[in-house]
Design a binder for this molecule. Structure first.
Ligand SMILES: Cc1cc2nc3c(=O)[nH]c(=O)nc-3n(C[C@H](O)[C@H](O)[C@H](O)COP(=O)(O)O)c2cc1C
Length: 193
């Protein structure tokens, strides 16, 4: 989208992915994702973010019933079919017993995991539209912890790319089923004092 260096090209393709091959995530990629979730910056270095990894197919199938995909797309376009669901979810949990783990910290931890995953070719989707009570129960998350979000992972079946913003923020699929994500222009979102 204009500026060209390796990191920017990486960030352009590190989009949200919602339909996945059913290949499992290999051990080295999984270790990279988990390590990235350890290495985020944290206020007072409290590190109050905890995780529940869901990667057994039968558990993934259950958890997939408790998340909502792609609010801007009709289900036949935005919701993965049974052979397109993620192969792993990670629950991001704020552990209140070690002090206030903020949403900022959750976001940094999630970003780290998404970057590490994408560096291994694994796509992901942050899921905030989730059935928290059902997930807390299924994942056995203690009541004094907060389920921040679920992150879905897998090798993408389709591509995704940022596109020019033409007044409509809704992402859409192109003719090949690849996701196009409008991004507001640089001069709209920055102001130099
Ligand atoms: C906090 C947050 C919550 C989100 N929740 C959902 C969700 O519940 N379901 C979903 O399909 N996508 C969800 N997304 C993905 C967004 O729709 C996506 O980030 C947005 O459309 C921009 O696309 P991009 O990530 O490729 O830039 C969420 C993203 C964020 C940051």
């Amino acid at each position: 989208m204009g500026f060209d260096n390796d990191l920017i090209r990486f960030l352009e393709t590190k989009r949200t992915y919602r339909k996945f091959k059913q290949d499992p995530i290999p051990g080295d990629a999984l270790r990279a994702i988990l390590t990235a979730g350890q290495l985020y910056s944290s206020g007072g270095n409290r590190q109050g973010i905890k995780y529940v990894v869901v990667n057994k197919p039968e558990d993934v199938m259950v958890v997939n019933n408790f998340v909502k995909w792609a609010a801007y797309l009709p289900p036949e376009q935005g919701t993965p079919g049974p052979s397109e669901i993620p192969v792993m979810f990670i629950a991001v949990v704020q552990d209140t017993s070690v002090g206030p783990a903020s949403d900022t910290e959750a976001g940094l931890a999630i970003g780290n995991m998404q970057f590490a995953a994408w560096a291994c070719g694994v796509g992901s989707c942050i899921m905030g539209a989730i059935d928290r009570p059902k997930l807390m129960s299924y994942l056995k998350i203690p009541e004094d912890m907060l389920l921040h979000s679920m992150i879905a992972f897998g090798y993408p079946l389709k591509e995704a790319r940022p596109v020019e913003f033409n007044g409509d923020l809704k992402y859409y699929l192109d003719d090949g089923g690849n996701t196009c994500v409008p991004k507001r222009p640089i001069d709209e979102i920055y102001r130099f004092l």
